[in-house]
Design a protein around this ligand. Structure first.
Ligand code: SF4
Ligand code: SF4
Length: 440
């Protein structure tokens, strides 16, 4: 068998509708097969804490092989995986079409799904219900109370002991006004399709932008309007499903898909580029849903979905993006999140920021260790800070004016991890930086 595949990686659809997928003994057999290959390879040891957990179990076993690890200990590895996909996309030479067929994240997902069906904590169900929490927190008095609890050390101690949300995790506040009820409608512009880009855009705003950081959505719309690109904000949206996927709640993901796709698929077929300002949500539509539910609607949405900076850079290539920047940004420490990397579109945000005169971008391409909800949980908080340490150090090194990441959740985590090393650096999303550079 040759060492690694020379062909482009492919990915098999997730066979979650087949009864075999849910058979625990069969799933453990597949875990054992893949763990055995990983034990002989060990390339991924520094990526996250799932691999060191596995290798420690093997090294502590009597046989010093995977067959010496107790099956019930496999779940310790599964719990450490937050499905960032990096091992699959950036490290593993044995992914399909290689005959060894190693898809580590998907075997983790299968195990998580089996575990979810056996019962899951109230905390985990709550944290993955971003839409329901957001709707509740959209009531001003509830938002004020939640934000006050988040800032109160005593209340956070209670939250940790009752709910398992780590008391030191800095949580995003809820905004007084939702994005979806405060956005500015698109001015009327002519639709100018480019060679690489549709000339009209539909925005899937995401739960995070809608409820927590509506400013990012407003920045995106301001940039589109400045470039005379007509847009619509999709009429109705539910969570993209990523938090439920990370928990293994596949039925929950499917239920959300059934709400979103009937709205998004007609927009895709009508020639809109669909943009979401959060990389995990973009990835959900670009990769996870088409693998989970391979049908014409998910394929149409996948093909219409762009990361915002992927769209801007292609628009620039089409000669249809303004580059009349009026403000410099100085030194920017920019972190490219895992869920941007695995979209396989290259470092488009860096490219765009570097096109702004007087801007020096330091790019950090490592996992920050937060993930959507993983790093919030009491039992994983310390590991999430440990994984992020090299990122915190590299982001602080240039003494930047701005700390930036396409993932607003990672940016908050990075700023927390940098502590005093952040100096006077300001946290700013790349969309906010681009808007600032335009002077709009
Ligand atoms: S998907 Fe990410 S967290 Fe999971 S094992 Fe791979 S690198 Fe680690
Ligand atoms: S996922 Fe692939 S690269 Fe990583 S340790 Fe396993 S076999 Fe090696």
């Amino acid at each position: 068998m040759r060492e690694g595949s020379l062909e482009a990686p492919t990915r098999h659809p997730l066979a979650w509708k087949s009864p075999e997928f849910w058979d625990q003994a069969k799933a453990e057999k597949e875990l054992e097969r893949i763990f055995d290959i990983c034990h002989g390879c060990r390339r991924c040891v520094s990526l996250c804490t799932a691999f060191p957990t596995l290798f420690d179990l093997v090294d502590a076993s009597e046989t010093l092989e995977v067959d010496g690890v107790r099956k019930e200990d496999y779940w310790k590895v599964v719990d450490q995986c937050y499905l960032c996909d990096l091992c699959y996309m950036t490290k593993c030479p044995y992914v399909p079409p290689h005959p060894w067929n190693v898809d580590f994240p998907h075997v983790m997902l299968r195990a998580k799904a089996i575990k979810f069906k056996q019962g899951t904590k109230f905390r985990d169900r709550l944290l993955s219900s971003t839409d329901a929490i957001g709707k509740l927190a959209a009531i001003p008095v509830v938002a004020q109370t939640v934000n006050a609890v988040n800032r109160n050390a005593l209340a956070r101690g209670v939250l940790q002991s009752t709910l398992g949300v780590h008391k030191d995790r800095e949580l995003p506040p809820y905004a007084p006004k939702k994005f979806r009820s405060s956005f500015r409608k698109s001015p009327s512009f002519e639709v100018r399709d480019g060679k690489n880009t549709p000339g009209k855009v539909a925005i899937f705003s995401t739960c995070y932008v809608n409820y927590n950081e509506p400013g990012l959505g407003h920045d995106l719309l301001a940039i589109l309007a400045h470039n005379e690109i007509p847009y619509v904000v999709v009429e109705q949206e539910a969570c993209c499903g990523m938090p439920k996927l990370e928990l293994g709640d596949l039925e929950g993901v499917d239920a959300l898909k059934k709400k979103n796709l009937p709205v998004l698929a007609p927009l895709a077929r009508a020639g809109y580029a669909i943009l979401t300002p959060v990389p995990s949500c973009t990835l959900m539509f670009k990769q996870e849903l088409p693998l989970m539910v391979p049908d014409p609607d998910t394929a149409a949405v996948r093909d219409a979905m762009f990361d915002p900076f992927e769209y801007f850079v292609l628009r620039k290539k089409d000669g249809l993006l303004r580059t009349d920047f009026t403000q410099t940004l100085g030194k920017v420490s920019y972190h490219i999140p895992c869920h941007s990397r695995v979209q396989n579109v290259g470092q488009k945000t860096r490219e765009m920021l570097e096109a702004i005169p007087g801007t020096k971008v330091t790019t950090v391409e490592r996992c920050s260790g937060h993930d959507g909800t993983w790093g919030v949980k009491t039992e994983y908080f310390d590991n999430s800070m440990k994984i992020g340490r090299p990122v915190f150090r590299q982001m602080a090194a240039p003494q930047p004016s701005y700390i930036s990441s396409d993932c607003p959740i990672a940016a908050r985590h990075i700023l927390q991890g940098m502590g005093d090393d952040a100096g006077s650096a300001e946290k700013a999303h790349p969309l906010s930086l681009l808007r600032k550079a335009y002077g709009i």
